[in-house]
Design a protein around this ligand. Sequence first.
Ligand SMILES: Nc1ncnc2c1ncn2[C@@H]1O[C@H](COP(=O)(O)OP(=O)(O)OP(=O)(O)O)[C@@H](O)[C@H]1O
Length: 451
Amino acid sequence: MSATFAKAGSWDTLEPKLSPFILETLATLGFSEMTPVQASAIPLFMKNKDVVIEAVTGSGKTLSFVIPIIEKLTRKKRLAKNEIGAIVITPTRELAQQISSVFSIFLKDPSLPKHALIIGGTTTLHDDIAEFKELGPDILIGTPGRLRDLLIGKGSEKSVVNTKELEILVLDEADRLLDMGFSQTLDNIITHLPKQRRTGLFSATMTDSISEIVRVGLRNPVKVVVKVEDIISKDEQRTPLTLDIGCIVCEPHQKLAQLIRIINREKTTKKCIVYYATCACVDYFYKILTKLSQLKGISIHSLHGKMDTKRRTATYQSFINLPTTSKALLLCTDVAARGLDMPDVDFIIQMDPPQDPKVFSHRCGRTARAGKKGKAILLLVKGREEVYVDFLKIRKIPVRLLSYILSDNSNTIVTQDTIDEENDSLLKQVQDIVLADRDLHDKVVCDKHLN
Ligand SMILES: Nc1ncnc2c1ncn2[C@@H]1O[C@H](COP(=O)(O)OP(=O)(O)OP(=O)(O)O)[C@@H](O)[C@H]1O
């Protein structure tokens, strides 16, 4: 995959200058230049401005706050063991884990600030407090509920965290945090923190819903919108230029056949993410797809919010750590739509349009990251296609309506008859799988894709 990342100057042009250990780490990562969002956000943060940053998926927002946090805390006097200097809040555990691993790359030397992951799930609040006391982290990265409990205390568990030296608060995927109903929890956290701090909100899709958090949590923020412009049409767009988005229109009962066709015909595809609307759909289709002869040899994984945390982490880790040579599918809900930076994902399939239109660009944005190429396909039910495509275009998301000749590397024209034949044989297999599995048989879910 070729990378055509927009570059915005070398790191050593930043003022104030970055510490040598940060520059060395960036060089080790092979990041010779900043991305536009990094070139805009880092100096603002370093000059003590509050920021609201909106930039397309995969444009490098994470380092736009990770670097200023590390830089600021390294320059500061050493914090006491119970004091913290920065907090990063994310809507999901996976995203918090990912951000924590980015901090780990920079903070290897024991003399540097320490960071801790506060996400609950596998640990109790009591465990987190004990770990905090032992490690004395300077940076906390976590999800809202457990972070609030650790910072403020809950029931008989009293907080041991001193926030008076806090320098930076970051809300990553800020609009999602609010959409998920964390507004009260965030208010509790914000009012508990010192006013003399810098706050940054980051997302690829800012909405009006963030205005309340801006009002209570930020002071004269600088808003930065990093735009992407198509070089040929000069049109502004809200998705990466390297992302090719298509849409296939079919009957509900043809969706499964379409999915198999896309997966099998896209010979170059390595890792593909398939989005479903509900956790039940993911479970159901995981059972079906893992047994279909057409997908033999493809490593299939599933991820959704109703899985227990251990399984969720294990699935996620095994998907991202797969060797680049394997072809793999991740079936998931929107729990994996935002922020996750999964290497080598080059194809996204959306079995249904998301309920929240903003999610569309986040789902697609799991591919075509950092200037690499990627494809995304949405399956739409006949009759709604034009409205939906117009709707995306209004939101500056360029979509092509694809015909059945879809991505056919062998250049064979796929006709309606071929589709019907493939579909019949598939449905027969699905019926057999369902009949042989009592569990599946009892669950008449997701049948809109099958009947
Ligand atoms: N300056 C750089 N040069 C090259 N690659 C970079 C640079 N900065 C970040 N990257 C890489 O780009 C990818 C996307 O970065 P990141 O995850 O921060 O995107 P994002 O803007 O937060 O996306 P999303 O909106 O989906 O959360 C990562 O793999 C990251 O390592």
